[in-house]
Design a protein around this ligand. Structure first.
Ligand code: NAP
Length: 253
């Protein structure tokens, strides 16, 4: 593995300011990518991740980009182009909302979940493919989509809307991987279970990761770094024959 700073090109990582995305950004930088990470609201958190990477002698930059905005998505790839050749894209940013039954969901909530979790990644994958595909004169690359165990468990009584959005991500991974398999691009999906991040608190359940531990065969929540390690492996040459794979990282759940 070439771990020289920036030697592997640029990795674009959405939602790289916190949680799984921040761990993936730091791991990608250590593995030799320059990193363009995005955030939506918390500029300071993004700046802290960039500083952590730069302090380690690696290259990183951040940009505010709402995954529900077509213009922001275009701007984030333009910012990445300034750092170098984009060779990796991680569609990590995703949102859920407060615990609700389907018969309580509003159209506004459903629209937001689908915009950020499905439409944004679809549009962003288009930008990534236009840069990486040999069909477009690119030199190939890797895409990893961050789904959720919710796509196969359904999240009943919690957030079926979120689970359905992640089901769409699984399908995007399968379809896109086959579409570009002969164009130098591998596309894979990671499906984390309960991971200890701020996401649960933002959805009104700060103790959810600990509370759910007894329901997980390994009896604990996962750490962001445990998901990041899988993402980096899937992006890298060690996974050279892996495409269209969906990797569960869920402690056996
Ligand atoms: P997190 O700690 O809440 O971090 C979310 C990241 O996404 C932050 O960087 C946030 O930026 C950014 N973000 C939020 N809304 C955005 C938007 N509209 N556009 C662009 N970026 C936005 O989340 P996480 O737990 O690391 O989750 C990361 C991914 O893993 C998500 O796709 C999630 O669905 C998935 N996942 C998580 C778990 C889990 O248990 N944590 C389990 C399965 C799957 P700001 O800080 O600026 O808001």
């Amino acid at each position: 593995m070439n771990t020289d700073p920036g030697a592997r090109g640029v990795a674009v990582i959405t939602g790289g300011s916190r949680g799984i995305g921040a761990a993936a950004a730091i791991a990608a930088a250590h593995a030799g990518w320059s990193v363009l990470l995005t955030y939506q609201r918390d500029e300071q958190a993004a700046a802290t991740v960039v500083e952590t990477i730069q302090t380690a002698g690696r290259l990183a930059s951040s940009i505010r980009a709402d995954m529900a905005s077509e213009d922001d998505i275009a701007a984030m790839f333009e910012a990445a182009d300034k750092l170098g050749r984009v060779t990796a894209f991680v569609a990590n940013a995703g949102v859920a909302a407060s615990q609700s039954r389907v018969d309580e969901l509003t159209a506004a909530r459903i629209a937001e979940i689908l915009a950020v979790n499905v439409a944004g990644p679809l549009l962003a994958c288009g930008h990534a493919v236009r840069r990486m595909s040999t069909l477009h004169g690119g030199a190939g690359g890797g895409i990893v989509l961050v789904s959720s165990a919710a796509s196969r468990l359904g999240a009943p009584g919690e957030y079926v809307d979120y689970a359905a959005s992640k089901g769409a991500i699984d399908t995007l991974g399968i379809g896109l991987s086959r579409e570009v398999a002969n164009e130098g691009i591998r596309v894979n999906v990671v499906r984390p279970g309960i991971i200890d991040t701020e996401m649960h608190g933002r959805n009104g359940r700060p103790d959810r990761a600990q509370d759910m531990a007894p329901a997980i065969p390994m009896q604990r929540a996962g750490h962001p770094a445990e998901v990041a390690a899988a993402i980096i492996w899937l992006l890298g040459d060690d996974a050279s024959y892996c495409t269209g794979s969906i990797l569960d990282i869920a402690g056996g759940r």
